[in-house]
Ligand binder design. Structure first.
Ligand code: HEC
Ligand code: HEC
Length: 270
């Protein structure tokens, strides 16, 4: 009996000791108050951050590097800012731009105003550009985002940056993009997220670089579709060349996104 009491008392002491320690002994962690919400003020943005924003859009949301890369399906743009003034003197130039900045702007919103020799849609004799209007549906850059990209193109080619940072720009121009790892939940959202519509007619978008996908389910089954997305060069569509469709989708796609898209494409039949 004595022994039992000893155990009880000891136990109570231990519990009490922990209780006291946990209440008074452990320093309280007082969380820092969250930082006051920063309103993005483009008026206060420096040219350096504006150019950096342009580079981010160029490599991300703008989908520019899907085509403007070393594969040769579109001209490299590392000299575009500097070369823009030369384009205006080209006898083939028939657009409305008067300055290099206006030329770059026109190239992005009305690509067919001037088509770089050799890069036109096949059969158009360089009068029609395969490049989409980057403010249009599939890519949807805002006016401020286009300006940021122009600033980046000018800066990175060593030309004078003539763009003015827009003051009345909507704050979303500099807002961080939606977290990239939230999986897209509809086939249309998957197509938009990975820029398929820049090159294909699919899900309401009108890309002109790759095959029309509106009836692709009649040509390809699910396995072939999966392969054509993950290993585009394994089987090359008739009339096209290998190396044109980007090869990195396997690392970027979430499994659920790939299945959504493959099921959707497989169902596209006349
Ligand atoms: C689907 C492929 C594709 C995408 C996406 C694309 N481009 Fe292009 N771009 C082209 C092609 C092809 C040309 C050459 C034909 C022409 O002049 O329109 C071109 C031409 C240009 C030119 C004119 C270059 C010169 O030397 O005169 C500029 C500037 C340009 N693109 C900027 C961009 C920017 C910025 C983006 C992203 C916001 C972009 N492009 C997205 C295919 C694309
Ligand atoms: C930069 C342009 C470009 C982008 C972006 C692109 N593709 Fe393609 N795609 C092509 C070209 C060119 C071909 C034809 C050559 C080949 O088969 O590899 C092709 C072929 C295909 C084919 C085979 C079509 C057939 O008839 O055999 C499918 C399916 C396809 N792409 C789906 C997609 C999907 C889905 C995405 C987005 C995740 C995408 N592509 C993004 C250019 C592109």
């Amino acid at each position: 009996m004595m022994h039992f009491l000893k155990v009880v008392v000891f136990t109570l002491l231990v519990i009490g000791g922990f209780w006291g320690f946990s209440n008074f002994g452990i320093p309280q962690i007082v969380p820092e108050p969250p930082p006051a919400e920063e309103k993005l003020d483009l008026g206060a943005m420096t040219m350096e951050t504006f150019v950096a924003l342009g580079e981010k859009i160029f490599q991300g949301k703008g989908t520019c590097t899907l085509c403007h890369n070393k594969m040769g399906r579109a001209p490299m743009l590392d000299q575009a800012g500097a070369a823009a003034a030369e384009r205006l003197k080209d006898p083939r130039y028939a657009g409305a731009a008067k300055t290099a900045e206006e030329y770059l702007h026109e190239s992005m919103v009305k690509p067919s105003a001037f088509v770089v020799a050799g890069f036109g849609k096949s059969g158009s004799n360089d009068t029609e550009s395969p490049m989409p209007d980057v403010t249009g549906g599939g890519i949807g850059l805002s006016g401020s985002e286009v300006k940021a990209v122009i600033a980046f193109l000018q800066e990175s080619s060593g030309a004078e940056v003539t763009v003015e940072i827009p003051k009345d720009a909507p704050a979303d121009a500099a807002a961080p993009a939606a977290p990239a790892d939230a999986p897209a939940s509809t086939p249309e959202a998957v197509v938009a997220k990975y820029g398929c519509g820049a090159c294909h007619i699919v899900a309401g978008q009108e890309g002109a670089v790759g095959p029309d996908l509106t009836k692709v389910g009649a040509r390809l089954g699910k396995d072939a579709l999966r392969q054509s997305i993950l290993e585009p060069d394994a089987v090359v569509a008739k009339g096209f060349e290998p190396g044109m469709m980007p090869g990195g989708y396997g690392e970027q796609f979430k499994a659920s996104e790939l299945e959504l898209l493959v099921n959707y494409l497989a169902g596209l039949k006349p």
